[in-house]
Design a protein around this ligand. Structure first.
Ligand code: NAD
Length: 317
């Protein structure tokens, strides 16, 4: 049995991760500033703590811990991260420094940091059919404002903690993770959850349209939560200490994503295009290094994952 800390355990991916690590017989301590929103935690202990604030209790928690999975972050979808650069950079730098330092002082052996595809340079993502982003293409750096810069800075800090303090490091770059038990309203939701909510709400209110930010031609890949958790566990079990993509490599536009959601319900709604933050034009994940390292890449197709997500969001509404 390993003793594990998961930060961000009250959030979408952290909550799913805690359930999975616990089911495999580990002793799991979840930390977050809030409880999981939609279901009770399966953690052996769950500690409510604001990681931005340093404390002796926080550092003591890391004594005797085998692994840290660092997922806590001030984050959200495009609507949130495009308007909160200062808060995101401040909060996440503090969270990550305090977590790394507590792990270093307690001599924790293994550490996994969750980065993002937002670290990739804007200049490689100007076309809808942008070529898949390989890990080495992060430099010369020009990541997304605020959120992307902080993620890249922390990746670098993790690499130095590995080199100079000997922490066995894993760095994972997520590409749009989605699924049930994730934020679906309130401003921090991401595109798949937002579109599921808009369609389900339109059906309920008998409206014949949904709103789309921009022209809907911006393109992304989407990775279902079960694949994300499987990938995280395989990466942690590997020996690779550099950054790795974790995402699907099937690109679809936001328009197509909206149509797939409508197909699930059997409705056809008009798409009304409105001004809104869109992020880069096109982004795809190059999974060659991931496959070489763990012998696997995410496989759940968007139709299957979206159906499960829609059904859950429809129930919430
Ligand atoms: P989430 O917002 O659901 O979870 C993050 C959790 O961190 C939240 O529960 C939040 O309360 C907690 N947190 C924030 N500030 C904190 C603080 N000061 N102290 C303690 N806890 C704090 O997000 P998620 O989708 O589960 O993302 C998990 C990680 O993966 C994050 O680091 C995120 O940046 C990264 N990531 C996610 C995606 C995605 O598609 N979901 C994509 C790229 C990267």
């Amino acid at each position: 049995m390993k003793k594990i800390i998961v930060t961000g355990a009250g959030g979408f991916i952290g909550h799913h991760l805690v359930s999975s690590l616990k089911s495999k017989g580990n002793f799991v301590i979840g930390v977050d500033q809030k409880w999981p929103e939609f279901e009770d935690t399966k953690a052996n202990r769950f500690i409510i703590h604001d990681i931005r604030v340093p404390s002796q209790e926080w550092e003591d928690l890391f004594q005797g811990i085998d692994e840290v999975w660092a997922l806590a972050a001030d984050m959200g979808g495009m609507g949130f991260i495009s308007k909160n650069h200062a808060a995101i950079m401040r909060d996440n730098v503090l969270i990550n420094i305090h977590t790394l330092e507590a792990a270093r002082k307690a001599k924790v052996k293994k550490y996994l940091y969750t980065s993002s595809a937002c670290i990739y340079p804007d200049y490689l993502q100007t076309q809808e059919d942008a070529s898949p982003l390989a890990e080495a293409q992060a430099y010369p750096a020009n990541p997304a404002e605020g959120y992307g810069w902080e993620k890249l800075y922390t990746e670098m800090m993790c690499q130095h903690y590995h080199e100079e303090y000997g922490i066995d490091m894993r760095i994972v770059r997520f590409h749009n993770i989605y699924g049930p038990l994730g934020t679906w309203q309130g401003g921090r939701e991401k595109a798949p959850a937002a579109l599921c909510r808009k369609v389900a709400q339109a059906v309920k209110d008998k409206k014949d349209y949904i709103e789309i930010w921009g022209d809907g031609l911006q393109a992304r890949t989407f990775c279902y939560i079960d694949d994300c958790i499987k990938g995280l566990e395989l990466i942690m079990a590997s020996t690779y200490t550099g950054p790795l993509n974790l995402g699907r490599d099937e690109v679809i536009t936001i328009n197509r994503l909206a149509e797939l959601v409508m197909d699930i319900t059997g409705v056809s709604l008009k798409k009304v295009y409105v001004a809104g933050p869109q992020g880069v034009r096109g982004r795809n994940s190059n999974n060659a290094l991931l496959k070489e390292t763990i012998g696997w890449s995410p496989e759940i197709d968007i139709e299957t994952g979206l159906k499960l997500t829609y059904q859950w969001i429809e129930k919430q509404i």
